[in-house]
Design a protein around this ligand. Structure first.
Ligand code: TXA
Ligand code: MG
Length: 322
């Protein structure tokens, strides 16, 4: 496996050819790094599951370069979904829609729906455009981590997670640290009203501003969510260290909190973000650093608010679940 640290136009073209020929290419997105494969290539997609150690039946998100390609993968698209796509793509939002013939069971986990997203990171967009220029229709990409582990937000963390499982011809594209830092908002668009299955950078408030007359349900904690998005388990996004959201850290423990929270004597401060956006950006790197330092316990003071704090708290709940 090679890490491409200088993603020139020609390097991105080569990476697109690698995808076409069935290789895996890990690439940066604005949310987290993804492990990409040609979404129509059954063998290549099977390798994603193998490399991640991910149970089959957990559906994958297909990435495309523009709204214009949505029809290839999805049908019966409700008007509200088109409005969301026009406003928030490219960006950290995944829509779940009824699938077309192109979306096989090996992508959707046998569900009749497809998850689809247009990422905004320039390297991701260029890679998708080059891939489509070579005849590709979409790149399946889960987060580039082992199953259940913390998603990587830079190329070095992809290598730490998956380096041992990729082959010589697979690639990791480096596009710097992911700016959002946590995974996309997933919105179920298969019913008459949208519902949020996983909170993310596109918040409920932002969605409500676009769909003024529509009721948006939040199913990110519900039973429906477990049926519809089988990858969204209680325990996920978890480092090896125990994560606590209440209680006081003791000497030798780690602490992640907004900068206005003091660090008790002997406690290792892992992140001091100044606002919730920075909290999201730094969270996964901070959780990973707990494992690098071999800490047993990490205490996190959860941020509050109805902005990206909702998504941070969703991930923290899963990271701390035992
Ligand atoms: O930000 C993101 O969404 C990142 C970047 C790489 O795009 N990707 C990502 O993929 O987080 P992944 O596989 O780690 O998490 C996607 C989750 C799955 O666990 C699954 O529950 C849900 O999305 N999902 C995907 N396709 C679905 C579908 N057809 N129906 C229901 N849920 C789906
Ligand atoms: Mg994931």
């Amino acid at each position: 496996m090679s890490i491409i640290s200088n993603c020139t136009a020609s390097a991105i073209k080569d990476a697109a050819s690698s995808l076409i020929s069935g290789k895996l290419v890990a690439f940066p997105t604005e949310t987290v790094y993804g492990l990409g494969a040609d979404a129509t290539n059954k063998e290549a997609v099977a390798r994603i599951y193998k490399v991640k150690g991910r149970p089959s039946g957990h559906p994958l998100i297909v990435h495309i370069s523009s709204l214009g390609l949505l029809d290839k993968w999805a049908r019966d698209i409700p008007e509200y979904a088109l409005r969301l796509a026009r406003d928030f793509w490219p960006g950290p939002m995944t829509l779940i829609l009824p699938r077309t013939e192109l979306a096989k069971d090996f992508i959707t986990g046998g569900q009749d729906n497809i998850g689809i997203r247009v990422p905004s990171h320039t390297v991701a967009l260029s890679l998708l455009k080059e891939f489509e220029a070579l005849g590709g229709t979409g790149v399946a990409a889960p987060s580039a981590n082992k199953f259940g582990a913390v998603s990587p937000t830079n190329s070095n963390d992809v290598e730490i997670e998956l380096g041992d499982y990729l082959t010589r011809e697979d690639l990791i594209l480096d596009g710097g640290p992911s700016l959002v830092g946590i995974e996309s908002t997933i919105i179920d668009c298969t019913e008459s009203m949208p519902s949020i299955l996983r909170p993310g950078g596109i918040t409920k408030g932002m969605i409500e501003q676009i769909l003024v007359d529509t009721i948006i349900s939040d199913n990110s904690n519900s039973f429906i969510n477990k049926i519809k998005a089988p990858g969204l388990l209680e325990s996920h996004y978890a480092p090896k260290a125990n994560v606590f959201l209440t209680g006081e850290p003791k000497r030798g423990d780690g602490l992640i909190a907004l900068s206005n929270v003091n660090t008790p004597e002997g406690v290792q401060r892992l992140a001091s973000p100044i606002n919730n956006e920075q909290f999201a950006q730094q969270l996964y790197v901070a959780l990973r650093s707990a494992d690098e330092k071999n800490l047993q316990n990490v205490f996190v003071v959860p941020p509050s608010g109805d902005d990206i704090a909702v998504a941070i708290n969703d991930r923290l709940k899963k990271a701390s679940y035992r």
